[in-house]
Design a protein around this ligand. Structure first.
Ligand SMILES: Cc1cc2nc3c(=O)[nH]c(=O)nc-3n(C[C@H](O)[C@H](O)[C@H](O)COP(=O)(O)O)c2cc1C
Ligand code: SF4
Length: 460
């Protein structure tokens, strides 16, 4: 066992959030958490000025782990506590519905008190006296574990009135989600929490920090983000900011699924490992001796990257000057900025791997079925477009493709992104745009009816 009690890692893995989660004998019970130093940071935080905690989070450079990577300290800074007269709410987004992403549930199932401690500190910093954990409806086991953990925390006065004699009151409740992908979108989540259908709200004016739950200032953060707050209080914002690289501070949990030998979840400092190292050294390479064909780097809504691509990445060099370097897919360091510079996004950290045997039209058809099913239906471009793209793809995979189909798919996707209430519009059209653009030859060969495909093959 490693000296600090963490799970040994031969692959430079640096577990902060998952430090104890998979440790043999570690349980979700509060006694176990306390034996491992639990709730010490809460004691420290309660002795601090809330504004000082916000300042530490700002100094840490922490970016949200739910998808968009928005700086957490900046989000928290949007609430002007000197002027605000309404209650403030803190919501933990534990919906985790993005296909390919399965990191938050590891924390909920294995180390719930870490999240609860992070949430109490975050609530205190934001002057919230009521907080909710919005958990995906299907995660019934997770909800039970959290409810038990909250009761344990209440019994020890880490929650409730006058927490640890500090004069600060807070309660946290678990809210079981309605079981739709759109419940993970922050304003859809708020609507659902208010007991309504999870129709996302138009932003602006409904930025949650201004007009959130019951039209009061509301902070919505992801599970992993809120856990990080505890560690920022422990080590201080400046020390936390030294982990990873500037603008990609701290660690990130990456989940790898698809055609690799050893799928799983792994935690690394920002930029500490390349895509190739993760796929080949950590995940044991591509299954069955096959070759890598493509991957989606940040959950199903991120744009696909194709094996063999070379990217021109603009980044700061050691002297702080901007430089442009060429990188292969395998060379990309895993961080927010480099993956964005490759034309995709690191999103929720879910890496979906496809090997050379995969039919890309079928892969996209599979994704499109999900998006067509999950559109909430409020905006016509999304509701109609997602279904239409699916119908075209179904037709293509069913052997009834038409020559105009690849362009039709691009036209449809182009009519959705940027024309909808919420980012689901981008989430459903980016995969289509990138799959068709990057695997045009496969889409064109499927864009003719089956009989024609057979004739073309026979003449080649
Ligand atoms: C369609 C859609 C689904 C989303 N699902 C989730 C989710 O399951 N979990 C999550 O944390 N964020 C999800 N998000 C992002 C949230 O809207 C929000 O940005 C995030 O919870 C903010 O937390 P963070 O700042 O800590 O990242 C989703 C966004 C969209 C557009
Ligand atoms: S973009 Fe789609 S999911 Fe989002 S509000 Fe519009 S219809 Fe609903």
């Amino acid at each position: 066992m490693a000296q600090d009690g963490a799970v040994p890692n031969p692959t430079r893995e640096h577990r902060i959030i998952l430090r104890y989660a998979d440790l043999p004998g570690y349980t979700p019970d509060i006694d176990c958490y306390l034996q491992h130093g639990g709730y010490q940071q809460l004691r420290k935080a309660l002795a601090m000025d809330p504004a000082a905690i916000v300042a530490e989070v700002k100094a840490s450079g922490l970016r949200g782990r739910g998808g968009a990577g928005f700086p957490t300290g900046t989000k928290w800074g949007f609430i002007d506590h000197a002027k605000n007269r309404k209650p403030v709410y803190l919501l933990c987004n534990a919906d985790e519905s993005e296909p390919g992403t399965f990191k938050d549930r590891q924390i909920l199932y294995k180390d719930p008190h870490q999240l609860i401690e992070g949430m109490i500190i975050s609530s205190f910093a934001n002057h919230a006296h009521l907080a909710y954990i919005y958990i995906r409806g299907e995660m019934a086991r997770g909800a039970r574990i959290l409810e038990r953990a909250l009761a344990e925390a209440r019994a020890k006065n880490f929650l409730g009135a006058n927490i640890l004699g500090s004069g600060y009151d807070l309660d946290i409740f678990v809210f079981r989600g309605a079981g739709a992908y759109i419940c993970g979108e922050e304003t859809g989540l708020i609507e659902s929490l208010e007991g309504k259908r999870a129709y996302p709200r138009i932003k602006p004016p409904y930025f949650p920090a201004a007009l959130g739950l019951y039209l009061c200032p509301t902070i919505v953060n992801n599970v992993e983000t809120l856990c990080n707050v505890k560690h920022i209080v422990e080590m201080g914002g400046a020390a936390y900011a030294k982990i990873g690289t500037p603008n990609n501070t701290g660690t990130r949990i990456w989940c790898v699924s698809g055609d690799v030998c050893r799928p799983g979840y792994f935690e690394y400092d920002g930029g500490a490992i390349t895509m190739g190292e993760l796929l080949y050294d950590v995940c044991g390479g591509i299954r069955n001796g096959n070759r890598l064909k493509a991957l989606i780097p940040g959950g199903s809504s991120a744009k696909v990257l194709r094996a063999g691509e070379v990217y021109r990445i603009r980044r700061k060099n050691a002297a702080g000057a901007m430089e442009e370097v060429e990188m292969r897919l395998e060379d990309l360091p895993l961080d927010f900025d480099t993956i964005a510079a490759s034309g995709s996004m690191s999103g929720s950290g879910g890496i979906i791997v496809m090997d050379h045997t995969r039919d890309m039209v079928e892969c996209l058809d599979n994704l499109s079925a999900f998006y067509a099913h999950e559109s909430c239906g409020q905006c016509t471009p999304c509701r109609e477009g997602a279904l239409w793209m699916r119908k075209v793809l179904d037709r293509m995979t069913g052997g009834q493709g038409r020559p105009e189909d690849p362009q039709l798919l691009l036209d449809l996707a182009g009519q959705i992104a940027g024309r909808t209430i919420c980012a689901f519009g981008e989430a459903c059209s980016w995969p289509v745009e990138s799959f068709v653009a990057k695997f045009r030859e496969e889409f064109e060969s499927k864009a003719v009816a089956k009989e024609e495909q057979g004739r073309l093959q026979a003449t080649h």
